[in-house]
Write a protein that binds this ligand. Structure first.
Ligand code: ADP
Length: 228
């Protein structure tokens, strides 16, 4: 589903953020992406979501080189991807319902369909009773779950999460990971960036490790393990 082939990323200002990264994530797989702060985790996720483009190499989603997709076609690529950020980026002047509905409103779905899908999504994250609430009245864990409901409301086959539990205590973090496992059980492909090694090591999923922009473990580069 996702394949990185000798991918390099150098920002116009700054050093190389990713260097010769190779890995393949199969359809229906759930994997963690870890590494120190500045290792390149966010950059790798941004290349998949075409928020940034590779300087060299190929980023393939279902065989399509998304690094080469024309700007006007990027929204089509993003339709297959749900994205979750650490700071969840909710709109604080809108209700929970309206926040989750946003991607469907943008996609032009009708009113009835939006109501049905938003409630199904809120039900999945256990927030069905809070649809009329404003995000400010929710706990940090609940706010993050609203962000997750918004990311899955369009039923994307793939979910990317960037430090989704970064601001949460261990119990809430585990709950969020359980939620991701439930999505994975029904066939969703997930790639979750997290530097919380204690948490991700306790779950039995593949771990991809970046160090200074290089994939030192879990990837496809046979020479990489020697750096680990
Ligand atoms: P991580 O998510 O693992 O903390 P990042 O992908 O955010 O790592 O960053 C990797 C490297 O790229 C770091 O050295 C960071 O300073 C640099 N970087 C990230 N974004 C930019 C940017 N927009 N411009 C210049 N350098 C950047």
């Amino acid at each position: 589903m996702i394949r990185f082939s000798n991918v390099y990323k150098r920002y116009s200002e700054g050093r190389e953020a990713l260097s010769n990264v190779c890995f393949h994530l199969g359809k229906g797989e759930m994997a963690f992406l870890t590494g120190h702060s500045g290792a390149g985790k966010s950059t790798l996720l941004k290349l998949i979501a075409v928020i940034e483009r590779a300087t060299q190499g190929q980023v393939l989603i279902d065989g399509q080189n998304v690094g080469r997709v024309h700007r006007s076609k990027v929204p089509f690529v993003r339709r297959s991807i749900g994205i979750i950020f650490q700071d969840h980026r909710l709109l604080f002047d809108r209700t929970v319902f309206d926040n989750v509905a946003l991607p469907l409103v943008i996609a032009g779905h009708d009113h009835k369909e939006i109501g049905r899908r938003v409630r199904a999504s809120l039900d999945k994250v256990g927030l069905l009773t809070r649809e009329k609430a404003y995000p400010i009245t929710l706990s940090g864990g609940e706010q993050q779950r609203v962000g997750i409901a918004r990311a899955v409301v369009t039923k994307p086959p793939m979910l990317l999460a960037d430090e989704p539990t970064g601001n949460l205590d261990p119990d809430l973090s585990r709950e969020i990971m359980k939620l991701f496992e439930e999505f994975n059980r029904v066939g969703m492909t997930l790639l979750i960036a997290s530097h919380d090694l204690a948490l991700i090591s306790s779950l039995k999923h593949r771990i991809l490790t970046l160090h200074d922009g290089r994939m030192i473990a879990g990837g496809d580069d046979p020479e990489a393990e020697e750096f680990a």
